[in-house]
Design a protein around this ligand. Structure first.
Ligand SMILES: Nc1ncnc2c1ncn2[C@@H]1O[C@H](COP(=O)(O)OP(=O)(O)OP(=O)(O)O)[C@@H](O)[C@H]1O
Ligand SMILES: [Mg+2]
Length: 247
């Protein structure tokens, strides 16, 4: 078992504090949700954990090894894989080739974690075997999101970060996705961090939830508790009210 620690992390863009002194931990084997209104800092947190952005203060560690402020590639080799809010596949490669790129990297640098995991097994796990020879850009949106997860999965990470994996999916597709995410956790024993705006999806797939609001952590705990937390209720009702007032 390993722990991912985010300690006193701050990140600002000009005058905007996207993260302000955020501290939290994630364990392998757990599926954890990250929720909060638009602009709360959720994606920024994934971006600093995966070294897409350097942080301004604090540190990120797996066990006692620092993984912050390196490059996204080195971070991936140290056990962090992710998907993106705006899908970023190799559009012109086939589905299988997209997964092969990551799998080849793992064969070279993370072989000890592969445990015989094949590209075909990953395609099957994410229900992409039937479309393996199609180009990524030809896939419907829901399958593109699955392919992003498959490609990240092929890096055999200790922590898999998913930024809005169910966005744009209908109810049946997201129920299906929950089963796939649980399956990955059960087989890979990795930690999975999921951002989504669909609270039902988050409540169903996650065992713990962290809530961000304006760059600060305002609540954390099991879904049933977090849902009732007065600060969380205020933030969600408040943001709905301000959207109505604005629109
Ligand atoms: N590259 C950037 N340059 C400037 N400002 C940024 C950048 N990335 C994020 N921000 C700002 O930081 C804040 C947090 O943004 P972030 O994207 O992390 O929010 P989020 O919680 O993921 O929101 P959403 O639910 O809309 O995806 C916002 O005010 C955003 O405008
Ligand atoms: Mg975001």
């Amino acid at each position: 078992m390993a722990t991912l620690t985010v300690a006193n992390v701050s990140k600002h863009f000009g005058g905007v504090y996207a993260l302000r002194d955020v501290s939290l931990t994630f364990e392998t084997g757990q599926i954890v949700g990250l929720i909060g209104p638009n602009g709360a800092g959720k994606t920024t947190l994934l971006n600093v954990i995966s070294s897409v952005y350097p942080l301004d203060a604090g540190e990120v560690r797996i066990e006692d090894q620092r993984i912050d402020s390196t490059t996204p590639r080195r971070c991936a080799l140290k056990g962090i894989a992710r998907t993106f809010q705006n899908i970023r596949l190799f559009d012109r490669l086939t589905v299988r080739q997209n997964v092969e790129v990551s799998h080849a990297t793992s064969k070279r640098y993370r072989r000890q974690y592969l445990n015989g995991l094949t590209v075909e097994a990953i395609l099957e796990e994410l229900e992409l075997s039937d479309v393996a020879d199609r180009r990524a850009k030809e896939l419907p949106y829901g399958q593109q999101r699955r392919l992003e997860i498959a490609r990240a999965r092929a890096l055999v990470p200790e922590f898999l970060l998913l930024d809005e994996p169910a966005a744009g999916m209908n109810e049946a597709e997201s129920a299906h996705l929950i089963a796939s995410i649980r399956g990955i956790r059960d087989r890979a024993k990795c930690g999975i961090i999921v951002i989504d705006h669909d609270l039902r999806f988050i409540m169903n797939v996650c065992e713990r939830i962290h809530v961000l609001h304006m760059g600060e952590l305002i609540a954390e705990g099991p879904p049933a508790e977090v849902q009732k937390d007065p600060k969380v209720v205020e933030v969600y009702i408040g943001s709905r009210r301000s959207r109505r007032a604005a629109g």
